[in-house]
Design a binder for this molecule. Structure first.
Ligand SMILES: C[S@@+](CC[C@H](N)C(=O)[O-])C[C@H]1O[C@@H](n2cnc3c(N)ncnc32)[C@H](O)[C@@H]1O
Length: 194
């Protein structure tokens, strides 16, 4: 079965969606073959609404950026340097269009997990690609440690039907874990390096 990140044969039908979040009214281009093309994903919104933005300083990495909502809204909120990556070329094209559309200057690059990521980040944020399989999700969550500064934090959202509870148990072996919010089965999680 075709996955949303495996979209070479899908006809492109770029459209614009409007997103109101915090005090912002933003527009995003989306397309067939990208995650949640019709609206801002509920889990992504919950993640964004529960990150303690007043504590966020320094550079930010959005892993699995899709059409770009996490990275672009993070940049709008903090004014900090943002890097965004994905494996989906169509999503990356949209993320670049959306950064321009929303007047955000971000580094946007193709990367399988952290393969093409260099440098260290103060914040890593992800709505991980559950459909890509556990290995990819765990690579994103656990390799984050090598890309975080010593006081850095990883933020993620995951649903209980996607194994949130066992993911939290596994994260607790490597990080100091705080559940920031639970809503409709989604868990917003913050991980700090021990
Ligand atoms: C759940 S979606 C989230 C998209 C976007 N951040 C949002 O919140 O709307 C996960 C994203 O991870 C991307 N992805 C899948 N496998 C990946 C990998 N190995 N490395 C980086 N990104 C990947 C998918 O293409 C998809 O855009």
């Amino acid at each position: 079965m075709a996955q949303y990140f495996d979209n070479v044969d899908l006809k492109s039908e770029i459209r614009k969606i409007n997103v109101s979040i915090f005090d912002f009214s933003l527009s995003f281009f989306t397309d067939n073959g990208v995650f949640c093309k019709e609206h801002l994903d509920f889990g992504t919104r919950l993640l964004l609404e529960n990150i303690p933005w007043n504590e966020i300083q320094g550079n930010i990495l959005d892993v699995g950026c899709g059409y770009g909502p996490i990275g672009i809204i993070s940049a709008k909120l903090t004014g900090q340097p943002v890097t965004m990556c994905d494996v989906n070329k169509r999503a990356l094209h949209l993320a670049k269009m959306n950064a321009k559309e929303n007047l955000v200057d971000a580094t946007i690059l193709e990367s399988n997990c952290y393969e093409n990521i260099t440098g260290i980040f103060d914040t890593i944020i992800t709505n991980p690609p559950i459909r890509a399989g556990k290995k990819i999700v765990y690579d994103i969550l656990f390799q984050a440690k090598s890309y975080l500064s010593s006081m850095g934090k990883l933020f993620l959202v995951i649903h209980k039907d996607q194994g949130a509870k066992s993911v939290i148990k596994d994260l607790e072996k490597e990080y100091e874990v705080t559940v920031l919010e639970k809503n409709k089965g989604f868990f917003v999680i913050m991980c700090k390096i021990h």
